[in-house]
Design a binder for this molecule. Structure first.
Ligand code: PRP
Ligand code: URA
Length: 210
């Protein structure tokens, strides 16, 4: 694993991922755990945010306070399943603007098809965090990131709950400048390009569509 891939290695994450994997876990609990893990991923991914100092007074003494400065931020969920991560990331970055990119994997070709895009007007001036719970072949994430680069974005990160090594490799090859934050790296893909052991179809499990 190269240094731009950050994997959460923590017993609490392993516990939560196991609940997500379980086919008996219902949509309400599934959504809530996706949100919890997204908060932790966002926390990890924002360790490098710039701070500026300012003077403040506590009830006891004057001291130096710190506030987030530097470039503005944006979150881009890849529809649909990326939506499940937005509220968690917003808990850490409440002022971030949100863009949406809609992609689905064609069931025959397994290639991503873009069907929607709406991004903040000043997207080129923002550091953008792309969110999608599943990084499988990497096709959807690579295309969404490519689209953001076409719009002028220079600083991009990807947050995913579960990744396959194939997806990580593709992303590193096509977008080596993008930092990847994942909660769990799984074994690989099956013949239908689903992550193994994975958690199934993240969109269907989040929204109860199957
Ligand atoms: C899932 C997932 C990713 C994509 C990952 O979306 O949320 O976007 O598959 O696969 P890839 O790495 O091979 O591109 P899906 O196409 O099932 O659409 P959905 O979110 O609308 O269910
Ligand atoms: N998309 C999903 O939702 N799950 C997978 O395992 C692969 C792609």
């Amino acid at each position: 694993m190269q240094e731009n891939v950050h994997v959460l290695d923590h017993p609490v994450i392993k516990h939560k991922i196991s609940i997500l994997r379980d086919s008996n876990t219902g949509a309400t609990e599934f959504r809530s755990i996706i949100k919890e893990i997204s908060i932790i991923l966002a926390y990890e991914a924002t360790k490098d945010l710039e701070l500026e100092e300012y003077e403040l007074e506590t009830p006891i003494a004057k001291t130096t306070g710190y506030r987030i400065s530097g470039k503005k931020l944006g979150i881009v969920p890849i529809l649909r399943a990326g939506l499940g991560m937005v509220d968690g990331v917003l808990e850490v970055l409440p002022a971030a603007k949100i863009g949406h990119i809609g992609m689905y994997r064609d069931e025959e070709t397994l290639l991503p098809v873009e069907y929607y895009s709406k991004l903040p007007k000043d997207v080129e001036n923002r550091d953008m965090i792309v969110v999608d719970p599943m990084l499988a072949t990497g096709g959807s994430a690579c295309d969404a990131i490519g689209r953001l680069k076409e719009k002028g974005c220079k600083d991009l990160k990807l947050l995913s709950i579960i990744a396959a090594p194939e997806g990580v490799e593709k992303l590193q090859k096509e977008h080596p400048d993008v930092d990847i934050y994942i909660a769990q790296l799984d074994k690989g893909l099956n013949e239908d390009s689903y992550i193994v052991p994975g958690l199934g179809d993240a969109g269907d499990r989040l929204f109860g569509t199957k």
